[in-house]
Design a protein around this ligand. Structure first.
Ligand code: 7PJ
Length: 265
């Protein structure tokens, strides 16, 4: 899953893709680089980020989703707002990525009614408050219980089980130690039986491990994505699609014994 932030304050791309045409071009480039789906977001969820109004968010994401869906791309929309979910689905999005796991008013109904797939992410608190000394008895057990409960609520609301993915929400109300434990024990969440989405790309835990700033975490991000897939993740949400796709191609070849591009001797 390639990350496409259509936000002027995006902390990972410096807002370079705010311009609509450039956003669409970046989405297409990620597809060329091997992304299977593109996650389009118009509101930053980084700690302390300013909220975006509904009209502004719609204006940012809908044209980009329409263009990529028209190309035949599989598109997910990263939003917490039911109106944006419905408009995105109408524009061709087939998945809703909600960092609040459809806990907002009307969000559950929007996905059930729109017939989209959903990614349910764990977040302790809100983007404004989530990094204020988060504490858990056992972070993996807490996250697992939350995700299992949210999946149950979604299924009861009519969302088919095979349209639900789960995400531990790396960096959302967790310390570096919590994030590390979640990655190390990802298999315990995979064991719930839903496809698992992991988003570690360029995140601060990788900075805490390598000592490198955001713009220099490509290798660390690729390593983290590979470790997540090895532990059972089905989808990795990444900025650096080409590098991640190459790493996963090596992993796949080692597991299958098959070379996608055999060289003639
Ligand atoms: C995630 C996300 C994540 C899902 C962001 C960033 C922060 N959605 N949206 N999972 N992270 N599902 O990309 O660094 O980890 S925004």
């Amino acid at each position: 899953m390639g990350i496409l932030n259509v936000t002027p304050d995006s902390f990972s791309d410096g807002g370079r893709f705010h311009d609509r045409d450039r956003a669409i071009a970046h989405g297409r480039a990620m597809l060329d680089d091997g992304a299977d789906l593109i996650d389009v977001g118009g509101e930053s969820t980084r700690p302390g980020a300013a909220p975006v109004g509904e009209a502004e968010e719609l204006d940012r994401v809908v044209p980009v989703i329409e263009a990529l869906a028209r190309d035949g791309a599989i598109v997910s929309v990263d939003t917490m707002k039911p109106a944006v979910m419905l408009a995105a689905i109408a524009a061709g999005a087939s998945m809703v990525n909600d960092v609040r796991a459809l806990r907002g008013d009307g969000a559950l109904e929007a996905v059930a009614q729109g017939g989209a797939a959903v990614c349910l992410m764990h977040m302790r608190g809100t983007p404004a408050s989530m990094q204020q000394a988060p504490e858990y008895v056992d972070v993996v057990a807490d996250v697992r219980a939350f995700l299992m409960a949210r999946a149950g609520v979604c299924e009861a609301a009519g969302i088919a089980r095979d349209r639900i993915a789960l995400d531990p929400g790396f960096g959302f109300g967790k310390t570096q130690a919590h994030n590390l434990a979640l990655l190390a024990r990802l298999d315990e969440i995979v064991a719930l039986g839903y496809p698992l989405l992991a988003g570690l790309s360029r995140k601060s835990t990788l900075g805490a491990i390598t000592g490198r700033p955001q713009g220099e975490r490509v290798a660390a991000s690729v390593a983290a994505a590979l470790l997540a897939v090895e532990r059972g993740a089905s989808i990795v949400r990444v900025h650096d699609v080409r590098e991640t796709a190459d790493a996963l191609a090596v992993w796949r070849a080692v597991n299958s014994g098959e070379l996608a591009h055999p060289l003639r001797a």
